[in-house]
Ligand binder design. Structure first.
Ligand SMILES: [Zn+2]
Length: 414
């Protein structure tokens, strides 16, 4: 076995010849001069063999997977060929994308590593600077996602997420059936969400959306009503529960401010207790909360209202749910607790879209789950400075296109 053949076997180089090699001991670099085997001079578009017109005079370099501490580079002078259909083109490079500086194998490993670990860690394993990796990752993901169409969107969820300190937000659109992110855009205003509907979906796709879920922001509600004529809008249950919790907390804070030092003792540690769902409450919790009736009537009142409201989610018939909600609102309005009354106004305004929950039980729970993964990715990287880097990682980890699976099978070596 010749040394060249040995290297080819060792590095699992299929479909190419190693013509010569060179070890650069000081830089820990292995340079390999290669050429396509049996598949040279093919047109990149139609894969037909063409006649060589000329050979590029400068060699191009591709980075391959590092081996045992050696960085490996491929060198080759691509041929310019004449294709009967496409004319003068550069021949197809079997080991890499036409414009890539790295091989398919490298791309695959990079994508898989970045799904699993921070870019910093991946860059270290792959022997490249972190900034280079971000750049390569962005190019690869962009190329693979280019031309990708959203498919089978029936239940849509819209939510916002902050990606950077200083209140920078991104709007994220989910496919709730598939539990995948289909789109990420900068900002949380109407123009952002309009951009999604106008550019990513056809009219047919928009009319095919059956269910939509979002929070109580007028922007998202307006956008869904305008763009998805056939969609039933369901306000997200968790956002509503959160708004009510905040109202109860507002009452608690108000009472805390007014309380004397002695009274404050009784109000300590109430915050999380008030938020607890009745199914998770221990006997001790209930005792403390019931004692509030005498201790602080206003907090107790707010808490009872919140607890009662939770029953709404169990209703199965829309008419019964509506009756319940109306009665609850009347009681809540009589409570004379300003934050609660404010919440009632919100509910009244969105009544139509809250009742729809009873029929379809659609929530953004799937989206919340995805958001958790996104947050892990964000925290792992200690935040992202640009939305672009953040978007790349979202598409890579929870996107609707399995990005590593787009690399040809024969290059998916670990
Ligand atoms: Zn061609």
């Amino acid at each position: 076995m010749t040394v060249n053949k040995f290297i080819r076997k060792l590095l699992n180089l299929k479909g190419l010849f190693v013509t010569s090699y060179q070890f650069k001991i000081r830089d820990r670099v292995l340079n390999l001069w290669v050429k396509p085997h049996k598949n040279g001079c093919l047109c990149p578009y139609c894969k037909r063999r063409g006649r060589i017109l000329l050979i590029a005079d400068t060699a191009r370099k591709w980075e391959d997977l590092p081996v045992c501490g050696w960085s490996v580079f491929f060198w080759y002078c691509p041929r310019i060929i004449i294709c009967p259909t496409h004319g003068r083109v550069q021949e197809d490079i079997p080991w890499a994308d036409p414009y890539a500086r790295i091989t398919y194998r490298f791309e695959y490993i990079m994508l898989v590593y970045c799904q699993l670990m921070t870019q910093k860690a991946a860059a270290k394993i792959l022997h490249i600077p972190k900034s280079t990796l971000s750049d390569l990752l962005h190019r690869t993901i962009n190329r693979i996602r280019d031309g990708h169409r959203i498919r089978g969107l029936k239940s849509i969820g819209i939510d916002e997420i902050s990606y950077c300190k200083g209140h920078k937000y991104a709007t994220i659109v989910y496919n709730l059936d598939q539990a995948r992110v289909v789109w990420v855009g900068q900002g949380k205003g109407r123009e952002t969400i309009d951009e999604f509907f106008n550019e990513s979906l056809s009219d047919y796709q928009k009319s095919n959306i059956k269910w939509a879920s979002c929070d109580m922001s007028a922007t998202y509600i307006g956008a869904i009503e305008d763009h998805c004529p056939n969609a039933v809008l369901v306000l997200d249950r968790f956002h509503i529960a959160k708004a009510l919790n905040e109202a109860v907390d507002e009452v608690r804070k108000e009472q805390w401010r007014q309380a004397s030092a002695n009274e404050r003792k009784a109000l300590k540690g109430l915050r999380w207790l008030l938020f607890k769902h009745f199914s998770n409450r221990s006997k001790k919790d209930s005792r403390i909360l019931n004692a509030l009736r005498k201790g602080n009537y206003r907090i107790h009142r707010a808490w009872v209202l919140k607890d009662e409201f939770d029953h709404f989610w169990d209703y199965k018939a829309p008419w019964a749910a509506k009756r319940f909600l109306k009665r609850w609102m009347t009681t809540a309005l009589k409570s004379r607790l300003e934050p609660i009354r404010k919440f009632v106004q919100t509910v009244k305004k969105h009544m139509k879209h809250i009742i729809t929950f009873v029929e379809c039980r659609l929530t953004n729970a799937v989206a919340e789950g995805l958001n958790r993964i996104i947050k892990i990715v964000k925290n792992r990287a200690s935040g992202f400075r640009s939305l672009q880097a953040f978007t790349d990682m979202i598409y890579l980890t929870v996107g609707d296109l399995d990005i590593p699976a787009q690399i040809p099978v024969r290059f998916r070596t670990m």
